[in-house]
Design a protein around this ligand. Structure first.
Ligand code: FE2
Length: 293
């Protein structure tokens, strides 16, 4: 790292120390996720826990009312939302509602608007369902969460990348390397590692933080299914142009991913087709922030 061109507080220590000042992810999410592992848990028991977090409850209602989650009626209270969603969809709505305040950020360092990180993250999450089906991956809920939070490191790294963005982009172009690899060379870390550190701090399961750590590194993401599914979902979201910033054109589909799952060109076309359909269905979910601006 060329420290001569860095400002004094632009050190890796500063980056990782700044994680501690992030707000905590609502603990009630992990509590309810654990409850949902028990097949005998009732909606009443879940509602009793969620009602302690009115902000999260409000977001759950907003998201439940989006067409993407397929609830056919206007839902105004938590009990009805829980009854209509079912436990599998509740996991997704819950983590999406809790992540919303963190993803609604203007990331000027990455040249991403107020809505871009939200659109990219939600887009990747809804696309991940199509990817999971195509490759027969069983942990759809874990993949959805990893996809939703895969770029969370950008909310911390944004202020550090901003002053050096041009340098990162020029390096990526000249050396024909990915944006995250250029981040490593210029800053000394990347948003994937920072994101994984955030998720550890927020007490997410290790397989989810590991997938986030691996999502841009072909040598790593081919090592486990969750990471590989996340990497495919992310590339599809990027190629569909969902909320991409300055880094969007510096990533491409690594053929080791298609080899790992034995995906033919036709399989890939099918994934893109399904991803596009998910994208269409999720339009009102992407726009949910408009009411907050
Ligand atoms: Fe990323």
């Amino acid at each position: 790292m060329n420290s001569a061109t860095l400002q004094p507080d632009f050190t890796l220590e500063a980056v990782f120390e700044s994680l501690t000042s992030l707000p905590v992810f609502p603990k009630v999410v992990h509590q309810v996720m654990k409850m949902l592992d028990d097949p005998d848990v009732t909606n009443k028991e879940i509602a009793q826990v969620l009602k302690f977090d009115p902000g999260l409850t409000a977001n759950i209602l907003k998201i439940t009312n989006s067409a993407f989650f397929g609830v056919q009626q206007q839902v105004n209270d938590l009990d009805t939302a829980l009854a209509l969603l079912g436990h599998q969809k509740l996991r997704e709505v819950l983590v999406t509602g809790a992540a919303m305040p963190f993803l609604a950020r203007n990331l000027s360092g990455y040249e991403m608007s107020h809505q871009d990180l939200w659109i990219h993250s939600v887009g990747c999450a809804v696309i991940s369902e199509a990817v999971a089906r195509a490759v027969g991956f069983g942990d759809e809920s874990g993949l959805y969460t990893a996809a939703l939070l895969h770029d969370i490191g950008k909310i911390v790294l944004d202020i550090y990348i901003g002053p050096r963005l041009r340098e990162v982009l020029i390096l990526a172009k000249q050396e024909e390397i990915s944006f995250s690899e250029a981040e490593w060379r210029v800053i000394g870390t990347d948003h994937a590692l920072v994101g994984a550190s955030i998720l550890k701090q927020w007490e997410f399961p290790p397989d989810i933080s590991r997938a986030v750590r691996r999502h841009h590194d072909p040598d790593l993401f081919i090592q486990d299914e969750l990471s590989a599914c996340l990497a495919i979902s992310n590339i599809v979201a990027i190629q569909l142009g969902l909320g991409v910033g300055a880094d969007g054109f510096r990533y491409c589909l690594d053929e080791r991913l298609t080899d790992r799952f034995g995906l033919s060109r036709q399989d890939l076309y099918a994934i893109y087709g399904e991803a596009l359909a998910s994208y269409e269905r999720a339009q009102d979910l992407f726009g949910i922030l408009l009411g907050d601006t």
